[in-house]
Design a binder for this molecule. Structure first.
Ligand code: FA5
Length: 343
């Protein structure tokens, strides 16, 4: 047995000295110390050893195992060091003085403007909420006071899914969830992607973004709506702006308005952006209909609210002087990357 052990240790030493990579060391670990490794197999002789020699024999095998383990480990450390050094000295070097690849990404102009608007509203105490893109018929229509078979459902050409749900046609679809989530006073904005089954042109896309806002509190009035919108627009256009309201119609607001902003580029004198009219149609808005508040679990006798639904793409087009909304979804990087606004 002594001879067998000596034979194994000699052969192990030779193999370990010949190992030329850390992978060789891994293989040797399996060959010598693995389940059916040469060293492991010696332990099977234990049962043939007379009882009085068992302790001594066991100790010898354990010493052998430890010796082989440490020989492999020492070789592995040595080879690993050499491999790292080799890698450092190899021809494959990274030249940190090379100019940066000009094709790195940039934020989409819509994301930049959205973030700027969010920051203004956050500074006025609003929370920013997210909405679903696939919505229930209830949230998209019924909860915002559009009764079944009401012609108002045809106002927005809807992508219906086979399961009866819809691709959200407007961010107002999130109103009910948000009214239920927060107790008044509520100040929330919720930007989101909307979908309408309509033909595209320079002003219309089938996939576009809105940024909706709701304010619910005691004694909320149209004055609050005008104040918050003026504040937001003045910060975005970096100058004091004027807004006006015209009558509008939405089943979820009563009264409903269309808000226009005096053209911030020509101060109302007339320019291509405002199509010489001096005013830019900006966003529909109004006082939240009592039934919409009720659907959201809020007592309209105690609280009132106002809401607006800003067309985000439209806002981006106005801010950046773009003429065609389709550019925003075009993936035309040459065009989109020009806009590197501060964020
Ligand atoms: C609505 O969607 C209402 N939910 C807005 C609202 C919210 C009113 C809260 C009152 C209170 P409207 O369908 O007008 O309204 O759309 C709002 C804005 O979304 C439009 O002013 C326009 O800027 C933008 N928009 C609508 N349809 C498209 C489209 N196909 N492509 C691009 N932008 C669109």
């Amino acid at each position: 047995m002594q001879n067998k052990i000596k034979e194994i240790i000699d052969s192990a030493k030779e193999k370990i000295s010949l190992a030329s990579s850390t992978q060789d060391c891994q293989n040797l670990k399996v060959e010598l110390l693995g389940k059916s490794g040469k060293v492991t197999e010696l332990f099977r002789f234990m049962k043939e050893i007379p009882n009085e020699q068992k302790k001594e024999f066991g100790q010898m095998l354990n010493n052998l195992k430890t010796e082989v383990e440490s020989l492999i480990l020492a070789k592995e450390v040595e080879l690993e060091k050499a491999e790292i050094e080799n890698e450092i000295n190899s021809a494959e070097k990274i030249d940190i003085t090379l100019p940066v690849d000009e094709n790195i990404g940039s934020l989409h102009p819509r994301t930049i403007i959205q973030k700027q608007i969010e920051d203004v509203f956050i500074s006025m105490g609003f929370v920013v909420e997210d909405g679903n893109e696939v919505e229930t018929e209830y949230n998209n229509f019924t909860a915002v006071n559009v009764p079944e078979n009401h012609p108002a459902r045809d106002m927005q050409d809807t992508f219906w899914l086979n399961n009866g749900q819809v691709l959200k046609t407007h961010t107002s679809a999130s109103q009910n969830r948000i009214l239920k989530k927060y107790n008044p006073p509520i100040r929330a904005i919720f930007p989101g992607r909307c979908f309408r089954n309509e033909n595209t042109d320079a002003g219309h896309e089938n996939t576009f973004f809105q940024l909706e806002g709701v304010i619910v509190d005691k004694d909320v009035s149209v004055g609050n709506l005008i104040y918050f919108m003026k504040e937001m627009l003045s910060k975005i256009f970096k100058k004091e702006v004027e807004v006006r309201l015209r009558p509008g119609f939405f089943p979820f607001t009563e009264p409903s308005f269309e808000m226009d902003v005096r053209c911030p580029f020509c101060d109302g004198k007339g320019c291509p952006t405002c199509k010489q009219g001096g005013w830019i149609e900006l966003c529909p808005c109004g006082m939240i209909h009592p039934q919409v508040l009720r659907n959201g679990g809020i007592d309209p006798e105690k609280y009132s609210g106002c809401a607006f639904g800003l067309g985000l793409d439209r806002m981006v087009m106005i801010s950046l002087g773009l003429n065609d909304i389709r550019d925003l979804n075009s993936g035309n990087l040459k065009l989109l990357k020009q806009f590197k606004l501060d964020v």
